[in-house]
Design a protein around this ligand. Structure first.
Ligand code: GLC
Length: 694
């Protein structure tokens, strides 16, 4: 049962698609204060678990820390960070009582989940205009499924998007892209997509192509397609300010960009230098911006990734003006300080050493003190809260200052694309994923989890985030495999790929300036060929489970506790996940480990895909086990009484032979395989699934 409580005058975020009548009275759980802003308080029991929050830091159980939904471009995902790129305000409190809460509020909102006081859950925000949905159900899993129905069906990508993708910030020319494709094809490493980062554009201008490097772009797209490769270009939120650039000129003429209070177009510096933000919260501007994707689809492009849409701001003109003021003061102070210290220095010449040291110290101190405001100003230029108060949106609900709806920008930019794809070709699926998001965006695209690092801890963070994202509707998700920032090592890349085998989005992506981490850059490429090959062997199953999850508002990744709610040990497991209805995954995420401990809530078949193409199977009983997993092996566990189909590896998704599948698992078991053409929107009904048995 879902109850909706309305406070003040909420902004219509359109996160929810089902009509829910406004409930009378107050929620049965917790208490609410609306005197100053909004605050929900609930006393948790000692063993309550709190799930949810989608793309958030730390564990699967969110207890013990404080998180703020405030979409932020921060590439340092260290443990202390409270905000990442997304705002997913859905949690489930699971204990003796279980209930779900969705705070539909588009500005910053804080979830203090036993951080200030161990047993107190406090959800608070500055404004008091929001819809609160309270969901009761039989179990946490049931509550999640009700929530997923409330927010509408998750995005369904084309089937090729389950293939492997290679990306790197820095590929510039056709030759760079051909080299990537050759590197994979020559070494037999499967590949379906190569991502185009900002360097394909002319001076980082959205919907343009570098004229020198990409003459005859449609022919190049075709050349790649003939090799079964899709090129997937990036689109950034900011539109470059440049006379003669049609997107800029049209936007200015039609008032489609976000404006300052005085009506002038707000200027934010991002990769291209000065840019304007398309007002994607304004329906007309959104349609206009969305239709620009056509410029590339007409040249054969079938998928995109939307970036910098928190929106990220390196600095604003106002920020620079303020910095100049602080700089002026600093220079003036420096002159005074150096005057004083020079005088002191003159006296110092006669007295002893000690006094001279004192003067030196004072001088250093005076300099440092006046440097702080300057350093602070420079450090605070990017993504400043102040800048988010400097521009407005023209929405259905009137003119709204950006900070009040900040968390919706990336969601609506991706909605612009999603709605445009419907107009461009209503029967075709396009690949789309975004960096920033709000719940509701899950209907238009997936997300990748942004600028992680080549750190072992980020493999584990990747794993823990997946079920939380699924709970919030985001099914097509994945992390930058191998890590975006910092230098990847061969073992880290292999272990991370072995997790990526199971994430719907499987993409290796890295920042410019980092060590090259394409599979063919490392020794013994055959190990990479094997691990990625296992992904392709599993695609019939993974795609089938994805489609079942999407079509039934279900989870692709689940915590063990959702499947084994009675098992108190399973409730605590955070480094193993259930995938679909048949398997459990338990990746290795520590360097130099030759295996790992796993907990089995029931008997399972431990399966390893070995590099020689064979598979080992071993039945393991309920309980704890240590399992050996070499760097070039891919492990999974098949649940008791179940089985899964496995194909032969292929160089691309379209080349997979799905007719001749072998079955792995328990004798006598059967599996209902979902299959369709992978591109149209004619989804199949359960009676059309293909029954396969062992
Ligand atoms: C941002 C993106 C990253 C991309 C880079 C350059 O940092 O998150 O994926 O490579 O911008 O476009």
């Amino acid at each position: 049962m879902i109850q909706k409580y309305v406070y003040g005058k909420p902004f219509p975020t359109e996160a929810v698609v089902e009509e829910v009548a406004q409930a009378a009275g107050v929620p049965v759980y917790g208490s609410i204060e609306t005197g100053q802003g909004f605050c929900f308080t609930y006393q948790m029991e000692e063993n309550d678990i709190v799930y949810g929050l989608g793309e958030a830091n730390r564990g699967l159980n969110k207890r013990g820390y404080c998180y703020t939904s405030d979409c932020t471009d921060d590439p340092n995902h260290t443990e202390d960070k409270r905000s990442l790129y997304g705002a997913h305000n859905f949690i489930v409190v699971a204990g003796k009582k279980a209930f779900g809460l969705f705070f539909d509020y588009p500005s910053a909102i804080t979830f203090d989940i036993g951080y200030t006081q161990a047993d107190t859950l406090k959800v608070s925000c500055e404004g008091a205009d929001l819809n609160l949905f309270v969901i009761d159900g039989e179990s946490p899993y049931d509550i999640v499924k009700q929530f997923r129905k409330l927010i509408g069906r998750s995005y369904i990508p084309p089937r090729y998007a389950f293939g492997f993708g290679q990306s790197r910030w820095g590929y510039k020319t056709k030759e760079d892209f051909r080299k990537v494709v050759d590197g994979h094809r020559k070494n037999g490493v499967p590949l379906d997509m190569v991502y185009m980062d900002i360097d394909y554009m002319q001076n980082f201008k959205d919907f343009t192509l570098n004229e020198k490097n990409f003459p005859d772009f449609p022919e190049f797209v075709q050349e790649m397609k003939e090799r079964n490769i899709r090129l997937i270009p990036i689109i950034d939120a900011g539109v470059k300010v440049e006379e003669g650039y049609d997107v800029y000129e049209e936007g200015v003429k039609n008032r489609y960009f976000c404006q300052r209070e005085d009506g002038s177009d707000f200027v934010a510096a991002v990769w291209p230098g000065d840019t304007h933000f398309p007002d994607v919260l304004n329906e007309e501007a959104r349609t206009w911006f969305g239709d620009k994707y056509r410029i590339l689809t007409e040249q054969g492009i079938e998928g995109f990734w939307n970036d910098m849409n928190e929106p990220a701001i390196f600095y604003s003109q106002e920020g620079i003006a303020e910095l100049k003021e602080v700089l002026k003061q600093f220079v003036a102070n420096e002159d005074i300080n150096s005057g004083i210290t020079a005088g002191q220095m003159a006296d110092d010449r006669k007295p002893g050493e000690a006094e001279r040291d004192n003067a030196e110290e004072e001088k250093a101190l005076a300099g440092a003190v006046s440097l702080w405001p300057l350093m602070g100003k420079i450090g605070g230029l990017a993504n400043s809260k102040e800048d988010y108060r400097r521009f407005y949106h023209n929405t259905k609900a009137g003119r709204v200052r950006h900070d009040k709806v900040h968390n919706l920008f990336g969601c609506y930019m991706t909605r612009a694309a999603g709605e445009a794809f419907e107009r461009i070709d209503p029967d075709k699926r396009f690949l789309m994923f975004s960096r920033s998001s709000y719940i509701g965006m899950h209907r238009y695209g997936g997300i990748w989890t942004g600028d992680n690092k080549s750190w072992w801890s980020h493999i584990l963070l990747n794993l823990k985030m997946m079920p939380s994202l699924n709970m919030c509707g985001f099914l097509y998700t994945g992390a930058d495999l191998g890590g975006f920032g910092a230098d990847a090592t061969r073992d880290l890349a292999l272990r991370w790929l072995a997790l990526g085998v199971f994430t719907p989005l499987m993409r290796n992506h890295a920042a410019q300036g980092t060590r090259e981490q394409e599979c063919y850059q490392f020794e013994n490429i055959e190990d990479f060929r094997h691990v990625i090959g296992v992904r392709y062997r599993l695609i019939p199953y993974l795609y089938s489970e994805y489609m079942k999850a999407a079509l039934n508002n279900d989870l692709y990744f689940k915590p063990l506790a959702f499947v084994y709610p009675e098992d108190t040990m399973a409730l605590q497991v955070e480094d193993q996940m259930m995938l679909g209805n048949e398997i459990m995954i338990a990746p290795v995420y520590t360097q130099n480990a030759k295996g790992r401990y796993v907990y089995l809530p029931e008997e399972m078949k431990f399966v390893k895909f070995l590099p020689d193409g064979t598979v080992t199977e071993e039945v393991l009983g309920k309980g704890h086990h240590y399992v050996e997993i070499a760097l070039n092996e891919v492990p999974l566990f098949i649940r008791s009484g179940k089985c899964i189909p496995v194909a032969e590896a292929a160089e691309c998704v379209d080349a997979l032979d799905t007719e001749h599948l072998t079955m792995l698992g328990y004798q006598g078991a059967a599996y209902d395989l979902y299959e369709d053409d992978g591109v149209s929107k004619e989804y199949k009904k359960p009676e059309e699934y293909r029954r396969l048995s062992m």
